[in-house]
Design a protein around this ligand. Structure first.
Ligand code: 2M8
Length: 461
């Protein structure tokens, strides 16, 4: 059997080698306590703390250094605003006064115009909320070693997580659908995905704030968004700033208002972990269950597309689905709320050659975009390459849905890829070559999780 063969090739020794190399990457990217105490996504191109990156990174640390996992989350939540909002970048270090990332703190000016904390500079956008999942995972590892410390962890983070989820389920969901509205492609984490093309193409910026591209000094412009894309990103960011980063102050025709299927699904999954935490802390769960019910009622009615047999995002301004067939359309499977038919449809999508399911790619993992899509590009970020966080989420979803063989397949192929290529930001599905930033933290951290002795922990989450 092919799987058994691959399994044999990954004996414990190889797992240990992968984990050792991955830890080295995380150590390299760790920024010492006097400069913030966090893990940058990668040297050079991403020098500060990113929101969902840190959630993934904490999963990796949880296996061997719970203190560092907690420190990572603590540093991130030090940037939380008083209304619960959690920014997508925390500019911890004193280097924040230099032009090391654009747009930097001098653009966002969050503490001058919003509820942002004064002590640390932040952006004015958010990202998918993986954090309650990460905290719950750290808790579960820690509770076996030091139960009082594990309980203290929940006590410390539960109020912060509730504030974040309450912000997302209210301010970011005026319709009460249990589905989150994002206001900028950067909030999706899938920044450059064709999911946003039709909306972005319709935007003619009336002004573009001054900005400098620094990203393309670190990574080839061939792998990064175009100037036209960046002009629109900056225009939208400037419009949000004019509204003091408060969606309630935006004009109703603000052109980027999208119910994001991945963001909403991650929030739902994270809320399920909050319910577990509430049980341990003897906290009431009515509000949490109410949020979850709203999602359950609207996920399929608003976002499922019967013809395409996958989920689409929803354009709130025009009141219609955004019909782009990307890997994101499969990710609501992580919520463990789909019908058997939907689960099977998603598995069938992954079996197609267009999603590298027929042994037709160098790597048998899901690419970010179907190979036959007009805009597919194996090198351009979020428009074709394989991302490890996406495949890790699918792995967890398959495990949780008892699709064990599929889960094992994803796990083995991710581990094989990082062993052959190292820990890159993304990989070409056609050649398997590592692309974007080298020594990328979430790839390393999630490889540690996958290589850990007992990946079955996921089943009980
Ligand atoms: C990418 O996004 C940033 C902007 O937030 C960028 O391109 O400069 C995305 O891949 C995003 O998902 C990720 O969190 C970030 C840092 O790894 O990089």
């Amino acid at each position: 059997m092919a799987h058994e063969h691959v399994d044999r090739a990954f004996e414990r020794k190889q797992m240990d080698t992968i984990a050792r190399e991955a830890k080295r990457v995380l150590d390299t990217n760790w920024v010492k306590a006097s400069e913030g105490g966090f893990t940058r996504p990668a040297e050079g191109i991403y020098p500060y703390q990113w929101n969902w990156d840190s959630g993934f990174i904490a999963y990796g640390y949880s296996h061997y250094d719970q203190n560092r996992a907690i420190a990572e989350m603590r540093a991130l939540f030090s940037g939380q605003w008083s209304d619960g909002f959690l920014p997508h970048i925390i500019f911890h270090t004193s280097k924040a006064t230099q032009q090391t990332y654009s747009p930097g703190p001098e653009f966002w000016e969050s503490s001058h115009i919003s509820d942002a904390p004064a002590r640390v500079a932040t952006s004015g956008l958010t990202q998918p909320p993986v954090h309650a999942m990460a905290i719950w995972h750290i808790y579960k590892v820690l509770t076996k070693k030091d139960a009082p410390a594990a309980l203290a962890l929940l006590k410390e983070f539960y109020p912060k997580l509730i504030a974040l989820h309450r912000y997302l389920y209210t301010v970011r969901d005026p319709e009460g659908w249990g589905l989150v509205t994002i206001y900028h492609p950067w909030e999706s984490g899938f920044d450059n995905s064709p999911r946003w093309d039709s909306l972005l193409e319709a935007i003619q910026p009336t002004y573009v704030p001054a900005y400098t591209r620094i990203d393309t000094t670190f990574v080839s412009p061939k792998m990064r968004p175009t100037r036209e894309d960046y002009d629109r990103y900056m225009y939208l960011a400037a419009e949000l700033k004019r509204a003091a980063y408060d969606p309630r102050r935006l004009p109703s025709a603000y052109p980027f208002q999208v119910k994001d299927k991945v963001f909403s699904s991650m929030l739902y999954s994270a809320t399920r972990r909050l319910v577990h935490m509430a049980g341990i802390l003897n906290e009431p769960t009515n509000e949490l269950r109410g949020w979850m019910e709203r999602f359950e009622q609207h996920l399929t009615s608003k976002l499922w597309n019967t013809q395409a047999q996958m989920f689409f995002d929803f354009d709130v301004v025009r009141g219609k689905q955004l019909r782009e067939e990307t890997v994101a359309g499969l990710l609501p499977i992580i919520t463990d709320t789909l019908t058997l038919q939907q689960n099977q449809a998603i598995a069938a999508q992954m079996d197609k050659g267009t999603f590298c399911g027929e042994g037709n790619c160098a790597v048998s993992l899901a690419p970010s975009l179907a190979l036959d899509a007009d805009t597919f590009n194996p090198h351009l970020y979020w428009r074709g390459p394989i991302w490890i966080n996406v495949n890790w989420l699918l792995w967890k979803a398959f495990l949780a849905n008892s699709m064990v063989e599929r889960a094992r397949h994803l796990r083995m192929h991710v581990l094989q890829l990082v062993m052959n290529e190292g820990f890159w930001e993304y990989y070409s599905p056609l050649t398997g070559k590592g692309l974007g930033a080298k020594n990328f933290s979430w790839t390393a951290a999630l490889a540690i999780d996958l290589a850990s002795e007992n990946p079955a922990h996921v089943l009980t989450e």
